[in-house]
Design a protein around this ligand. Sequence first.
Ligand code: MN
Length: 205
Amino acid sequence: MGYPFQLPELGYATDALEPHIDSRTMEIHHGKHHQAYTNNLNAALEHHPELHGHSGEQLLGRLGELPEGIRAAVRNNGGGFVNHKLFWEIMAPGGSNSPTEEMSDLLSDSFGSFDEFKKSFSGAAATQFGSGWGWLVVDPDGKLQVMATANQDSPISCNCVPILGVDVWEHAYYLNYQNRRPDYLDAFWNVVNWSEVAEKYSQTR
Ligand code: MN
């Protein structure tokens, strides 16, 4: 999927993640914020037909090769486009409180236990200063790592493949949680779509 990029469907109703993520937040987050990243990415690429066959992920994987005049715009808006697409995919109504057996074993091998993984992931997301994301990624060696990125920077730009991410920009939680980012992060675990995380992991193998 390349230029012109289209706002991906949510795949569920805006109120489907309540009470953990409220309907109004989802409406604005998907319909306004994600739409704006999509529009701005398209605007940045408009006069660069040589890049129109590239997916968002491909663009983020080769930021250094892009024309300097659009590099920052693609980093920010391409990141915003791709990061939110993943975010909607790795959540599901009702979610599930435990990962698939395969993911559970992988997380235990990598972090000691599922609870230790959650602590590490939530800690990275909670302490990301200002706006950004918390991630579970597959690194270039095929290992699972927790990381955080600022703004809309994508792990793809450092050769990692994100398989789970949480948006910690205030627009993701402020209406319902105000300044209580840790409460939002606690609630997030209730809506994680672990089968989709497992699917994204399997695509890296
Ligand atoms: Mn966001």
